[in-house]
Design a protein around this ligand. Structure first.
Ligand code: HH2
Length: 284
């Protein structure tokens, strides 16, 4: 059942693009924040130049974020987030690729969709007041619903699950149904297990080992392992030295059925995926 339902939905509908997921897509991360866990400090022109660089390296889509969600981070105001993101969004929208905005605030969603953003990527799966309505009011923007236990300020304080895969699957299914009930077409939705968001190292590894079980939901999976602390725990490496581990995890996620990988190290990931594609290893 899962393979068939997935094969029939190999597209991700977004504002301007119907993304063909036959080939795994590389989503390049552009954090427009002073404090992101691995690449903070870019704003304005530097962030725009980074967008261009990631596309030159082979990114298929860009994900712009104006608020760090690293463990222990504190939220920023709507005004601050918009001041960071909007100038970069305006420039990125001219680059010819789908542009996603990583936000969990309804006001930010409304503002970026009004400017033409292609995708809303919400680590809070549209649970904030008004968030569901903000994307439902748009005829066709893409949406990524991510699982998170708790919130970034506290989520790594001893997360507990009876069965992490089942609990993540049930949550994503409930959020998918909430979207459908609001009139949002399923073809607009991608799902993400939320690596590192209220999960221990073992939880994250379990989610990857059993990731295929999420395909039963019938929507494309997006996976974000890039530079995350689980990779640091496994390799003993600092965040600046996790490129090889990140590429390995991205490949493993694709092998386990992910069709979009969210990464900082675009060139290395694109090359690795080309080798796997040549070998026929990247088909859903
Ligand atoms: N991870 C981060 C942020 N947004 N969105 C999705 N869909 N999936 C993820 O795994 C994910 C995400 C955290 O990574 P990063 O953007 O590099 O760091 P920060 O939140 O500190 O800016």
């Amino acid at each position: 059942m899962c393979a068939l339902s997935f094969l029939s939905t190999m597209f991700w509908q977004t504002t301007r693009f119907r993304i063909d997921l036959d080939r795994p897509q590389v989503m390049g991360i552009v954090n427009v924040t002073p404090d992101s866990f691995s690449d903070g400090g870019r704003s304005g022109d530097a962030a725009i130049a980074h967008c261009e660089r990631l596309l030159a390296e082979g990114a298929d889509l860009l994900d712009l974020g104006g608020e760090s969600t690293r463990p222990g981070s504190q939220p920023v105001s709507v005004e601050e987030e918009l001041a960071r993101v909007l100038p970069v969004l305006d420039a990125a929208l001219k680059l010819g690729c789908p542009v996603s905005i990583d936000t969990n605030k309804a006001e930010v969603m409304r503002a970026v969709l009004a400017r033409g953003a292609d995708i809303v990527n919400d680590i809070n799966a549209l649970q904030a007041p008004g968030a569901l309505d903000a994307v439902a009011a748009h005829p066709n923007c893409g949406i990524c619903l991510m699982h998170m236990r708790g919130d970034p300020a506290t989520m790594q304080q001893r997360p507990r699950y009876d069965d992490v895969l089942r609990e993540v699957r049930e949550f994503l299914e409930e959020r998918l149904r909430a979207c459908q009930a609001s009139g949002i077409a399923s073809e607009r939705i991608a799902l993400d297990p939320g690596i590192g968001f209220g999960k221990s190292v073992e939880h994250n590894l379990d989610l990857l080992r059993r990731q295929r079980e999420l395909l039963v939901l019938g929507r494309p999976l997006l996976a974000g392992w890039s530079r995350k602390s689980t990779l640091g725990a496994i390799t003993g490496r600092d965040v600046s030295q996790r490129q090889a581990a990140s590429v390995a995890a991205a490949l493993a996620a694709v092998l386990a059925g992910a069709r979009i990988v969210r990464v900082h190290d675009v060139a290395a990931t694109v090359d690795a995926l080309k080798v796997w594609t040549a070998l026929g290893l990247t088909r859903g």
